[in-house]
Design a binder for this molecule. Structure first.
Ligand code: ZN
Ligand code: MN
Length: 149
């Protein structure tokens, strides 16, 4: 079987290999779903999406697969103060807007200029900055339409 060099499967196989991890159909199905959606799903939503192809898969396996993919740098985990988490298959720099009513997360293109990030970093004294996260807050259009917020 020939695998296209930059296919999702090829990317997954080499990332798992680099980290000394096995390729499994569960990890593959979870990664394939995240690579093909812009919806920033929760683990429960990922389970619903992959179960038609893998009827025996459990939520625990989905969680473990997600954490493996995050550990390999293939997926970003977005955690929130209410304890919920969402997963993002796009690791290119971008921001997010999150609806304060339904929790939906959408991509906002762009990244802060380096000097602005550096300026913020200088303000965080005695803190080793490894990254930053910018999230716009508000309400999505369906929620605004359903109910005047
Ligand atoms: Zn909403
Ligand atoms: Mn995103």
């Amino acid at each position: 079987m020939s695998v296209h060099h930059d296919s999702h499967e090829g990317i997954l196989r080499s990332a798992l290999e680099e980290n000394g991890l096995r390729y499994t159909e569960q990890r593959s199905a979870v990664f394939e779903h995240l690579a093909n959606t812009k919806s920033h799903p929760t683990a429960d939503e990922v389970l619903l999406a992959v179960r038609p192809a893998l009827p025996g898969i459990s939520l625990a396996t989905v969680y473990k697969s997600l954490e493996t993919l995050v550990g390999c740098g293939l997926v970003n985990k977005l955690t929130y103060s209410d304890g919920s988490s969402r997963y993002d298959g796009c690791t290119d720099p971008h921001h997010h807007a999150r609806c304060g009513r339904c929790g939906r997360v959408v991509d906002v293109p762009g990244s802060l200029p380096e000097d602005q990030v550096e300026g913020l970093r200088l303000g965080a004294s005695d803190f080793v900055v490894t990254g930053y996260r910018l999230e716009l807050t508000g309400y999505c259009q369906p929620c605004l339409t359903a109910e005047r917020v």
